[in-house]
Design a protein around this ligand. Structure first.
Ligand SMILES: *Cc1c(COP(=O)(O)O)cnc(C)c1O
Length: 367
């Protein structure tokens, strides 16, 4: 039997491992050790306390976190973090926080931050059409900034940093929504990392925040409880009713990463192989397929490319859909084609896509 969902190249919500989906299916009917559906288990139950504890422990293990880091499971998506971060760290500041504008999602963070305090955009990819990322020589990091904010992987444009940016004496804050737990990420070097689950590690509804305790020492005392990291920490991510199901599925994905895959190093190896196959297909197509991202900045998670004309792109998408591939249309902001190859997307699925791309290119068509 063909594996279910195996050709889901969606940019998000993304593909999840079949073994995880089967366990989630079972849990919707009944969690065996509880005798209830996961959709009807109290968030104050011992079972859910254990789910929260194991999810946090697994993320700690995967990232190698020391005890001075907190792991939170919040709601509101990455978008809520665009404002929760500056609300906590920028209000009343005179020095600007430094932001990079490297694509669609880092751009969305800017107006939210400006509502809370001063920011300085230290680099923008706008003049180059968001097709490349800056080199270190193009960036000047201030020692006075309250923090530095950037997006590790621009999901829409398919641009990914393969290094950690910034100074060690200024808090680094990173939106890792679309490459969290896809490779080792030197988490200890960040003051705060956030990543919603629905690209790479679970369903929509839960957002992981990894935050260093020291960052929150001077945070404002007048924040709504829900938006106050310290109160969320005190409540062990159970301040109000959390998304029990989304957190449970995220737990299953962390178990899959640890037990089936063998950790983030092993996951990275697989993700590199997948991306290499696709980029090689682009590079060996005599320009029939054109990658959007400059070669050094190519994402291992989102491979964005174009064909020569909109008509060809439409034909490509229509035929790919007929062949069972799903989610290959580029983000509505930029169009084109995007193959999102998150953790759960298999090497075999990538090989099928490469074969289809080669076949599509060779089809006779009138000029
Ligand atoms: C999808 C995405 C977002 C938006 O996340 P929501 O959970 O929908 O708020 C933010 N940042 C990045 C990098 C993304 O890929």
């Amino acid at each position: 039997m063909k594996p279910l969902n195996s050709l889901n190249f969606s940019g998000g919500p993304g593909a999840l491992p079949e073994s995880v989906l089967r366990q989630a299916q079972q849990a919707i009917l009944e969690v065996p050790e509880v005798g209830l559906s996961v959709l009807g288990i109290s968030h104050r139950s011992d079972w859910f306390a254990a789910v929260l504890a194991e999810t946090e422990a697994n993320i700690r293990t995967l990232l190698g976190l020391t005890p001075d880091f907190h792991v939170l499971l919040l709601q509101g998506g990455a978008t809520q973090q665009f404002s929760m971060v500056p609300m906590t760290l920028l209000r009343g500041k005179s020095q600007p926080a430094q932001y990079l504008h490297t694509g669609y999602w880092s751009g969305k963070a800017l107006p939210e931050a400006r509502l809370q305090g001063p920011i300085e955009v230290i680099w923008s990819g706008q003049p180059s059409g968001f097709t490349k990322l800056p080199t270190d020589a193009e960036l000047t990091f201030s020692a006075e900034a309250p923090y530095l904010h950037y997006v590790s992987n621009e999901t829409v444009e398919g641009l990914q940093f393969n290094r950690v940016l910034g100074r060690d004496d200024v808090p680094r804050i990173c939106d890792m929504s679309s490459d969290f737990l896809s490779k080792p990420c030197e988490a200890q070097r960040f003051a705060l990392i956030y990543a919603h689950a629905q690209k790479n590690i679970g369903p929509a509804g839960v957002t992981v925040v990894v935050v260093q305790d020291a960052l929150l020492q001077h945070s404002p005392r007048d924040l709504p409880a829900f938006l106050d990291y310290r109160q969320q920490i005190q409540a062990h991510s159970n301040l109000n009713t959390p998304p029990v199901f989304a957190i449970y599925v995220t737990l299953l994905v962390t178990r899959w990463l640890l037990q089936d895959i063998g950790g983030l190093g092993a996951m990275h190896d697989i993700n590199q192989q997948k991306a290499a196959q696709l980029y090689q297909a682009l590079d060996h197509s005599d320009g029939f397929y054109q990658g959007r991202a400059a070669a050094p900045d190519r994402s291992l998670m989102n491979v964005a490319f174009t064909l020569k004309t909109p008509e060809l792109e439409r034909a490509f998408l229509a035929q790919s859909q007929q062949r069972g591939f799903s989610g290959l249309g580029g983000h509505r902001a930029i169009g084109g084609i995007r193959a999102s190859i998150y953790n759960a997307l298999s090497l075999e699925a990538v090989e099928s896509l490469v074969a289809f791309m080669q076949e599509f290119q060779l089809q006779p068509r009138s000029a």
